[in-house]
Write a protein that binds this ligand. Structure first.
Ligand SMILES: Cc1cc2nc3c(=O)[nH]c(=O)nc-3n(C[C@H](O)[C@H](O)[C@H](O)COP(=O)(O)O)c2cc1C
Length: 325
């Protein structure tokens, strides 16, 4: 079995899976700004796909050959369905399967997501089922469901399943994203991994903003192999590049953000035929690009009233002076 995880630089950096965010369009935007070492798809429900096919998943698995390596994140509570979807992802050219065992959303925990933390046997079956596709299987999870001290038994159980990588969002399901991630547990988790499954890579996630921040954490906590960044891309789309925290001139930075917004608009139009995503879904991204200059919030408010990518372009052209000077 070809296993790209073994050939990665260490430490490696992963763009976190984010539903309705990290689709083929936004992944390309991040790649343009500064590519991570691994891309993840948005999570895709196995049972939905098995029963309703492509219609149920709305383009979540669309990808292009230049996004490498790319892992399909799947979720669910029916191992048979997960096996089928994992095989389909292999057919689509994905290089790995990641199983989501951390999503706290009500719709997810009916059958999968963080509900698997409370059903370790099902979690093990899901991993076994996904492995039959012949791709390397990893897991992304949280520390526990309700209590922080669940982490030891839950992560030990996952580490016994011989997975290639374990990504831990360092919070419990109950904590959602409301408290700071528990970076203080990293060293103990590394020790547990070393004891049970030294061959399994360990990736940390939660409140890590940039590549430089990730490198600092890894220096403080030797043994961690990878860093996953999610919301950091909203604050700084260049967060994976070496220049994530580098002082570039203010004008250069503003121009780079504007260029990236135009790139995003063009990609949105390009993939529209395949994705059929309403124009409204684009609006959540404007705050990434239009910020930190006088008049930015007024311009953002005006952008929220637009109805098409061309209207956005027109508005930007009219405000070019204020954005770049
Ligand atoms: C809008 C949004 C959508 C998300 N969707 C997913 C998802 O599909 N699969 C998943 O495993 N985690 C998902 N997450 C969680 C992130 O992958 C990540 O674990 C979390 O945001 C903490 O990392 P961060 O502090 O770097 O953002 C999502 C988070 C956000 C903000």
């Amino acid at each position: 079995m070809s296993n790209f995880w073994q050939d990665l630089p260490q430490p490696f950096f992963i763009l976190a899976p984010m539903e309705a965010v990290t689709d083929v369009v936004f992944r390309h935007v991040v790649k343009q700004a500064g590519a991570p070492d691994i891309f993840f798809s948005e999570f895709t429900n196995a049972t939905g796909w098995v029963h309703a096919g492509e219609k149920a998943i709305g383009g979540r698995l669309i990808k292009t050959d230049d996004e490498q390596p790319i892992v399909a994140q799947i979720w669910g509570g029916e191992p048979g369905d997960m096996e089928q979807l994992a095989k389909h992802c292999k057919h689509l050219g994905y290089r790995g399967i990641d199983i989501n065992m951390g999503c706290p959303a009500k719709s997810a925990i009916k059958s999968g997501g963080s509900a698997l933390i409370r059903n370790p046997q099902l979690a093990a079956e899901a991993i076994r089922a996904a492995k039959t596709a012949g791709l390397p299987v990893s897991v992304k999870t949280r520390l526990g469901y309700t209590y922080i001290d669940e982490w030891h038994d839950w992560l030990a159980h996952l580490l016994r399943q011989d997975i290639v990588n374990l990504t831990i969002h360092l919070r419990t399901k109950k904590e959602m994203s409301k408290v700071p991630a528990h970076h203080e547990l990293i060293d103990e988790i590394v020790r547990l991994r070393d004891e049970i499954a030294p061959q399994t890579l360990l990736t940390i996630n939660g409140d890590i903003e940039t590549r430089a921040h990730g490198l600092r954490l890894i220096a403080e906590h030797p043994g961690v192999n990878g860093v996953m960044i999610g919301r950091g891309v909203f604050h700084n789309p260049f967060c994976f590049s070496g220049s994530g925290e580098q002082e570039v001139g203010e004008q250069t930075h503003k121009q780079a953000l504007l260029d990236l917004l135009y790139y995003h608009l063009n990609l949105f139009d390009h993939y529209q035929e395949q994705l059929h995503r309403p124009f409204e879904t684009l609006k959540r991204f404007f705050k990434i690009y239009i910020r930190d200059f006088e008049g930015a919030s007024d311009l953002r408010a005006a952008l929220m009233l637009t109805h098409s990518t061309n209207e956005v372009r027109e508005l930007l052209a009219n405000h070019k002076q204020s954005i770049t000077f």
